[in-house]
Design a protein around this ligand. Structure first.
Ligand code: GLA
Length: 399
């Protein structure tokens, strides 16, 4: 194609797009997906009414306005397949299409769950052998997101008796559903869930994944959340817009950690450019929980348009410094204290690539902090964090 023809075609496309009211399609998951998922709080007790109630609460609580979009149904919605092999929901989900319509009418999107194996982790119908059919069904229902959870395929992988053969089987299975989703023509975010084995961060994007779990399951207790979150060191280079590392869903508000620990959870996930999928009951959450989940400054870090994941800068025993480069040339910096007693944590901003004078703001309080000679020290609560947004002082920008 000559450059002139290419330019003419581009012009024609722009005119068609303008005439039809559509701009060029935005990249799917250009920033880490935000939403809610049923598993962490409801597990097998989720139903149609429950999903509608969470969608209602996502709007009423201000979560939608803060950026949360996806209402994701996890495992246990599946019923049987009919004679044609079509999957149907079970009695707790009478009809998926009206449910999706209900969620969409609130300005939200909806997600569903399946497995590349014959059964899901909770023993329900998986998609093996029905990939194209299931992808079409999800698209027809109006689904916008699929979490695809390894589960029973793991048994088949072990049966191959070879790591190489197991990985070929796994890749082929994830590739198959990735292609099936793409073939529907509907933009469906593709979430790989295989617990971070086989360096999924190196191949998750190549099978069409928009995000991939990097770990086993999170639990609502500080040691497990911290092991997962702080265990993400070194993975930043594998994330980019449209393709994210996923250290699992949030436990904020589920009751097993205190507010200091939940702020650490939220801060670390924002530094990690992690998907923010709330896992609590949005309809009964306290104002303290809502304030953590909807904090604009923290969400702005998670959703930073440059899409560069943060990483560990330094660890000194239980004290850790993490930083994330931001689109405005600044950095988000977390000063973490994993110990059980208060501790002083100091950072020299040259360590995070900002030499010279800086302007800094405490993200959770919104207050400026003073950082003479480009250095800052804070007394950090046990299991706590001080999260800063820092920018070079000479740049005429708000830090
Ligand atoms: C696995 C996943 C969880 C959840 C359950 C459902 O454990 O990692 O996130 O989806 O299965 O059975």
């Amino acid at each position: 194609m000559t450059p002139r023809i290419a330019a003419a075609l581009a012009g024609a496309f722009a005119m068609v797009a303008a005439a039809s009211g559509h701009a060029a399609p935005a990249r799917l998951a250009a920033t880490p997906p935000m939403g809610w998922n049923s598993w962490n709080h409801f597990a097998g007790k989720i139903d149609d009414a429950g999903v509608r109630a969470q969608a209602d609460a996502m709007v009423a609580s201000g979560m939608r306005d803060a950026g949360y979009t996806y209402v994701n149904i996890d495992d246990t919605w599946q019923g049987a397949r009919d004679a044609k092999g079509e999957v149907h929901p079970n009695a707790r989900f009478p009809d998926m299409k009206p449910l999706a319509d209900y969620v969409h009418a609130k300005g939200l999107k909806i997600g569903i769950y399946s497995s590349p194996g014959p059964k899901t982790c909770a023993g329900f119908e998986g998609s093996q052998g029905h990939e194209a059919q299931d992808a079409k069904t999800y698209a027809a229902w109006g689904m916008d997101y699929l979490k695809y959870d390894l589960c029973s395929l793991g048994t088949a992988m072990i049966a191959t008796g070879s790591l190489d053969k197991a990985q070929v089987l796994e890749l082929a299975a994830y590739q198959k559903m990735g292609a099936a989703l793409a073939a529907t023509g509907r933009p469906i975010v593709y979430s790989l869930c295989q617990y971070g084995v086989a360096q999924v961060w190196r191949w998750g994007g190549s099978v069409g994944g928009n995000l991939w779990r990097t770990t086993g399951d999170i639990e609502d207790r500080f040691p497990r959340m911290a092991a997962i979150g702080f265990g993400q060191a070194g993975l930043s280079r594998f994330a980019k817009p449209g393709q994210w590392n996923d250290p699992d869903m949030l436990e904020i508000g589920n009751g097993g950690m205190n507010a200091v620990e939940y702020r650490t959870h939220m801060s670390l996930w924002a530094l990690l450019a992690a998907p923010l999928l709330a896992g609590n009951d949005l309809s009964t959450m306290t104002s303290e929980t809502a304030a953590i989940l909807t904090h604009r400054g923290v969400i702005a870090i998670d959703q930073d348009p440059a899409g560069r994941q943060g990483d560990r800068v330094r660890a000194e025993g239980p004290l850790e410094i993490w930083a994330r480069p931001l689109a405005d040339g600044g950095r988000a910096v977390g000063l973490f204290n994993l110990s059980d007693v208060p501790a002083k944590v100091a950072v020299d901003f040259a360590e995070v690539g900002l030499k010279g004078a800086v302007k800094a703001r405490d993200v959770w309080t919104g207050q400026p902090v003073s950082a003479p000679r480009g250095r800052y020290e804070a007394l950090v609560a046990p299991h706590g964090v001080v999260l800063l947004r820092v920018a070079p002082a000479k740049a005429d920008r708000r830090p």
